[in-house]
Ligand binder design. Structure first.
Ligand code: NAI
Ligand code: MG
Length: 326
């Protein structure tokens, strides 16, 4: 079966790193059909819309989407695109890669972040000049969906269960429901869990990241704590991510458009190529995914390297070196 892959490069270095990742996927000679679409600042300047309907529809119908980055319009692009794939979990690995100066090189974590609700559900009001409010939404159904995914995830990839990170001691109803539901699903599946309060987690992960492996958490906690972990592994530059839905998914580097280096041909393509490796795994090409991970790691270790990692190679040189290793 041919898989249709939507390719949305976006703005800035998205236009450089996304084609690089597509080149790597093409080199694998898998039967993919790539369909490119526009989103971001440039298309907004041209048409008035940051996310044209046809781009949304493409992401909503393709088997998987590879997204680069958008500039000022990032929120107007990425949030609806996550909706287009009905993404209920954001998978964010935080792993120190060779060749990167990490604060905690031993860090190797996977965040499974709830991706639809919590404080990001959008129920905010300005009641008076003085008072504003926010309604936090947590549902049993979304928590179950996340927990089911987490149980499959740890079973498929040889992990000893997962940690539930929450703040149910204060947010008793919302995080209480989240914690109880995730724990129940894990118990039903025979998956081991432990619980960590999110503030304690922030301290403990900095002091000793090796005590954690897979972390399951609500939306805001996952956003903040995975960025904290990104700091431990040397910044956002090399980190991939996946937004998974029931039938489709969207893969993107964690970094943005890097306006300071855009157009120079020196952007590091590694984060997007690792995101493409996650796409391969999602579509069932486990071996090809592993090969791409290994080729990227070997290239980070032995070079060539882009300037952000102290080298002087171009995006193209690095991409070619990765493809040569495949
Ligand atoms: P950024 O991630 O674009 O850049 C931060 C720093 O990291 C810059 O010095 C940049 O040169 C460097 N960098 C990032 N990716 C790199 C790569 N692949 N190779 C080499 N160096 C790299 O974040 P910043 O500067 O905060 O945001 C720039 C624009 O990107 C803003 O307009 C922001 O809204 C947008 N953005 C979009 C995101 C998305 O589309 N998902 C995510 C984050 C930011
Ligand atoms: Mg964030």
């Amino acid at each position: 079966m041919t898989h249709e892959i939507a390719v949305i490069p976006g703005d800035g270095i998205g236009q450089e790193v996304t084609p690089a990742a597509v080149e790597v996927l093409e080199a694998l000679e898998i039967d993919f059909e790539f369909v490119e679409a526009d989103a971001g600042d440039a298309v907004k300047a041209e048409t008035g819309e940051a996310l044209p309907q046809e781009t949304y529809d493409l992401a909503a119908s393709a088997d998987a989407t590879l997204f680069g980055a958008a500039g000022e319009t990032a929120a107007d692009v990425i949030l609806p695109l996550r909706t287009a794939v009905d993404s209920f979990v954001n998978v964010r690995p935080a792993k120190a890669y060779p060749g990167v100066d990490a604060v905690r090189p031993e860090t190797d974590l996977i965040f499974l972040r709830e991706n639809t609700e919590g404080v990001y559900a959008g129920h905010e009001d300005r009641l008076t000049q003085d008072v504003s409010t926010l309604t936090r939404v947590v549902t049993e159904s979304a928590s179950e969906r996340l927990a089911d995914f987490a149980c499959d995830y740890v079973a498929g990839d040889d992990h000893d269960g997962f940690s539930i990170v929450h703040k149910a001691n204060v947010m008793r109803e919302t995080d209480g429901l989240f914690r109880d539901t995730v724990k129940r699903v894990a118990d039903d599946n025979g998956v081991e869990t432990d619980e960590v309060l999110m503030d304690a987690f922030a301290t403990r992960v900095c002091l000793d990241p090796e005590q954690f492996d897979v972390i399951v958490c609500p939306n805001l906690a996952g956003d903040v704590l995975s960025d904290l972990a990104a700091g431990l592994v040397g910044g956002l530059g090399l980190l991939p991510s996946a937004n998974i839905g029931p039938d489709r998914a969207l893969f993107e580097p964690v970094h943005g458009t890097a306006p300071d280096i855009a157009g120079q041909g020196v952007a590091n393509p590694a984060a997007t190529i690792i995101s493409a490796a996650m796409l391969l795994e999602y579509l069932g090409y486990d071996e090809a995914s592993e090969d791409v991970h290994e080729a990227v790691e070997a290239t980070l270790e032995d070079g060539p390297r882009t300037p952000d990692l102290g080298g002087d190679a171009s995006t193209e040189d690095v991409t070619k070196a990765i493809i040569d290793r495949l």
